[in-house]
Design a protein around this ligand. Structure first.
Ligand code: ATP
Length: 236
């Protein structure tokens, strides 16, 4: 079943068209990647899905309902959560306070405690540092915190914006392992990445974006082994 359907989406910033007539879908249970170079329009697509940017044309449906005019907080409440590029943890707040911010829409204390336990089970490193100021975490730990915070709202669909950006290789591997684990636990994932190799190797399907348009699509394996993708994104 299609969980997310993006239909002929266009996004403009003034006269600049960042996204041009893009259509794709994400089925329940999949990890789907959007890959592309800097400025290809990846972040614009993600921000439009989560309601932070309004499209100039096209429709987005999530779980069968059109959401392109729905306020961002209602979209989160309906089960779609985004981890932004650059992570944006709240400095001056502890790890646990950052996680609680992710559950601000959920009023049920018991459910929040159960979600917190699940996040700590998945990210033991965060539990060890739960009282530490989030700003003092390493880059990889901040990425885990941002992912944990998004999971506190128990999303059906998790949107990840460049989770590997700026991380050491050992952390990159760990973050991709965690994404696979999140999928196994039943959360669908839409991933945008410049690290095409890692992203496609864990993706059921992927789409390649160039200057705002989708130029190629296929299974993760098909794209990883395609000459075009290898030349453009995987260094030959
Ligand atoms: P990156 O990998 O570098 O983050 P991206 O694929 O996510 O790139 P976007 O951030 O979506 O690309 O940007 C697509 C285009 O839209 C770029 O040309 C960018 O300069 C432009 N753009 C993005 N945000 C704005 C904005 N708020 N105002 C004007 N132009 C913007």
């Amino acid at each position: 079943m299609s969980m997310l359907k993006v239909d002929h989406l266009s996004v403009h910033y003034g006269v600049i068209q960042a996204v041009k007539d893009v259509s794709f879908e994400v089925n329940e249970g999949e990890v789907v990647s959007l890959i592309g170079a800097n400025g290809a329009g990846k972040t614009s697509i993600l921000r439009t899905i989560s309601g932070l940017v309004r499209p100039s044309a096209g429709a987005i449906s999530f779980l069968g309902n059109e959401i392109q005019k729905v306020p961002a907080q209602k979209i989160v409440a309906s089960g779609l959560s985004q981890v932004p590029e650059g992570r944006h943890v709240f400095s001056g707040l502890s790890v646990i306070e950052n996680l609680e911010m992710g559950a601000f829409l959920k009023k049920d204390r018991e459910e929040n405690q159960a979600n917190l336990k699940k996040v700590f089970d998945r990210f033991p490193r965060l539990e060890e540092r739960k009282n530490q100021d989030a700003a003092t975490l390493s880059g990889g730990e901040q990425q885990m915190l941002a992912m944990g915070r998004a999971l506190m709202s128990t999303p059906k669909l998790l949107l990840l914006d460049e989770p590997s950006m700026g991380l050491a290789p050992i952390f990159i591997q760990e973050i991709f392992d965690i994404i696979q684990d999140i999928q196994k636990q039943g959360t669908t994932v839409l991933l945008i990445e410049q690290n095409a190799n890692m992203a496609l190797s864990i993706s059921n399907r992927g789409y390649v974006l160039e200057t705002g348009s989708i130029v190629l699509s296929g299974t993760g394996h098909e794209l990883l082994t395609s000459d075009e993708v290898r030349k453009a994104y995987l260094g030959g």
